[in-house]
Unconditional design. Structure first.
Length: 114
């Protein structure tokens, strides 16, 4: 399974970005899809996940500002990020689970300036 993430960039505090991640290379249904963030020197942390059913889960820091969604027909997961803060800065990785295996995208950098 290959994952292609896009949508990162530089934005001022209070601005918005939309991340996308398209999965390819599988004939199986994709189960959970999610976004994780990593800051240099820290562990990768969960930001949001979405099940194939559409059920979502958010980190406390993201809840109310970020919205995760998916298009099962396109095997794509999105995350709309609003009211961005400097502490949201980091590399965002998409992750998908297919059957029992987990796959990671290459990461997209989000930088929020104050």
């Amino acid at each position: 399974v290959q994952l292609q993430a896009s949508g990162g960039g530089l934005v001022q505090a209070g601005g918005s970005l939309r991340l996308s991640c398209a999965a390819s290379g599988t004939n199986f249904n994709i189960d959970d899809m999610g976004w994780y963030r990593q800051i240099p020197g820290k562990q990768r942390e969960l930001v949001a996940t979405i099940a194939r059913s559409g059920a979502t889960s958010y980190a406390d820091s993201a809840r109310g500002r970020f919205t995760i969604s998916r298009d099962n027909a396109r095997n794509t997961v999105y995350m709309q990020m609003n009211s961005l803060k400097p502490e949201d800065t980091g590399v965002y990785y998409c992750n998908v689970r297919v059957v029992v295996r987990s796959y990671w995208g290459q990461g997209t950098l989000v930088t929020v300036s104050s």
